[in-house]
Design a protein around this ligand. Sequence first.
Ligand SMILES: Cc1ncc(COP(=O)(O)O)c(C=O)c1O
Length: 387
Amino acid sequence: MRLATRMSRLGTETAFEVLARARALEAQGREIVHLEIGEPDFDTPANIVDAGVRALRNGKTHYSPSAGSPELRKVIADYISETRRINATPDQVVAVPGGKPIMFYTILTLCEEGDEAIYPNPGYPIYESMINFSGAKAVPYRLSMEKDFSFDVDEMCSLVTPKTRLIVINSPANPTGGVLSKSDLETIAEIAIENDIMVLSDEIYSRILYEGEHISIASLPGMPERTILLDGFSKTYAMTGWRLGYGVMPAELATQVTRLQTNAVSCNAAFTMEAGIEALMGSQDGPAKMVEEFRKRRDIIVDGLNDIPGFKCLKPKGAFYVFPNIAGTGLTSKKMADYLLTEAGVAVLSGASFGEYGEGFLRMSYANSVPNLEKALKWTKAAVAKL
Ligand SMILES: Cc1ncc(COP(=O)(O)O)c(C=O)c1O
């Protein structure tokens, strides 16, 4: 079959491939601990499920406006206005199926051949994939362990050219768990304003933070008009399977992004949007409890990994991933990830699947129970000792 050339530029997310391999081993009777997939292991809080079910029973089974229901857009605008201390209006909000489509839609809307877009590396693989797909040149900036998984300011400045259209940032970050400081954000804001660059700020982990308060680049002076803020329900409310997220951006861009949504999926599932309203308006006990549980697990996994010869792991400030350096074991990231899956029964991701600067690292999600994390640590330590 002859495919369009652009398909050769599209990347992927390896988490789903590793999950399939792990499931195949389980089908053969092997016990596997899953640390590969990035989703909370908790159920969606009952009040949110009830709202979704109620919506279905009340006939929320039809098409709805492409940009999202007016009620949900208003609730999101209010939530973002309050949490980011800005004045966001409903016409700036586009609700989409998961946070991911905001990457797809905004990068396609803003970038094309001849442009450049700067993205974090190691970073969520879809940024690079979508920039390449748009025809623009993907320019990585390095997040290094030595800098607590932040970037070097001089390097960032050196990457900007007159062709730069977009800078992507992600804080708290996948896969490193790093959080950008206010001064890091100020640096990016300064560069963006000076060079007329838009910023895609992926804040999907904004509520999974272990110290301090989340700071959005959109809160900085001059930035609301050049920020696309991506957030959603998947991680905060354990709603990955509902597929509901959103972007908040200048209204003019929201109109264009909505056109892509109309072409792609028409609209979101109506009942999920009712559940989304309840998520933001109802009790926030569920998310708070999840974060406390994640904090306990983070401490267990960080201590356990640092006890394995050849592993070095920082304590992440946000999200639910650790990104240990395993260079001391002598194996590449891919070899170690394969080895741990087949030998130890522990499914993890190679750091290199998050970009070239992820080589020498593994990504492990600690969105799993304490007994499973303890098992994974024990099995990993024993397998590494056999190398
Ligand atoms: C950094 C980051 N952004 C966005 C997403 C996508 O989230 P959603 O499942 O809501 O599309 C993920 C999911 O893993 C992520 O890690």
